[in-house]
Design a protein around this ligand. Sequence first.
Ligand SMILES: [Zn+2]
Length: 405
Amino acid sequence: MTETTLTPTTEQIGELARLYFENLGATVRQPGDDFVVEFDGVTPPSWAEPHVDGGRLVAAATAEPAERAGDGPNDAGGATDTGERERPEIRPETAFARRLIDAAAARCPVGTASVPGVPGGVDSLVPAWLQDSPVDVASVAFHPYYDSQVACVWVRVEIETPSQYQRESLHTVVVDPETGARVDCDPTALFDAAAASESGADDVTPDPESLRRAIDEARDHVVAEVDDTLADVEAGAGRAATDAFEQYAARQRDRLSELRAERDRVETELASIGDRLGDAAGDDRVELLERRERLTERRAALDSDLSTLRAAESDGFPDQRARLRQRHAVELRTRPVAVTGVSVERGDLSVTVRADGRRETLDLSVGAVTGLRRTATCPRCERAFGRANGLRVTDDGIACEDCVE
Ligand SMILES: [Zn+2]
């Protein structure tokens, strides 16, 4: 059973494709819904070769399956009946996307992108708790003071047991490589913003140490994310192992009764031979003696089988239990597929709030895409502002709801 959970978006696959092909040295353009790779002087990777024509690969980058003319989709992506090359699709769950993820995982390309300015507009940076507070936001200004990097890490997760279950998913996690903290930010929005930037990517490659840290952190986050799925699979595998064991134990109990019944028959027959031997003579006697010898051997073999089986039964069939446990053992594998270091502006967000004719200005440290870096705290009691503890404007300046009430 193969099941894909938490599928990435078409935009994420597109970004991964860009990263992968650019790392190979090819040029990537994305006019409209097309995804064009030019292999100028670069050898296309063998998995993509069937899609390459004249040093060029053209894929469709749309979320919906492409309309196919005629019958019989050609999943191998080779030539169609008309001799034209069919366009591979950059969309989750397609054969092309799957091969791309495999190929990227094998080399884990690292790239950079930059997001200039505040793509969502300055108002988008106002945190939700402040919008919920009983004050009006009069004005907002963003003063960038430096560029900071976040790392966007693709992690492939495989959960499988050797026997039956297999689940695979691709996760994208945005991490602050400085602190290792997960940044609450939609990776698709991040890449959209980077792609919209005319300036192109910075040439600042993340240093290996922060890359390693970002990858480790991303893996930890992903493992926590798939915890429920893992527990499901483990429970399923546990049930499968128990079922298989029950069936095995039932078969062994049947076998025990068969052996016992056969031993009883042998015993009865031996007793009857013993009775008849006294009166037998000549060939009859020889035949009976031979028969008794065979039956005695058979009884010894049955006794040996019975004692082995009884011992295994009273121990709870430990060998079989161990074999089944191994066969249904759940393995969780995480593999980094790609990393993009994205530089984003960080700065102060000056928010002027207004209530009852009073105005106050609050400075919050924010990332232009990634939102608040530190929690903002009440200047009087130093408790963090939040949804449950909104901001108020008093005669003595800013305070939290707790301080006012
Ligand atoms: Zn307070």
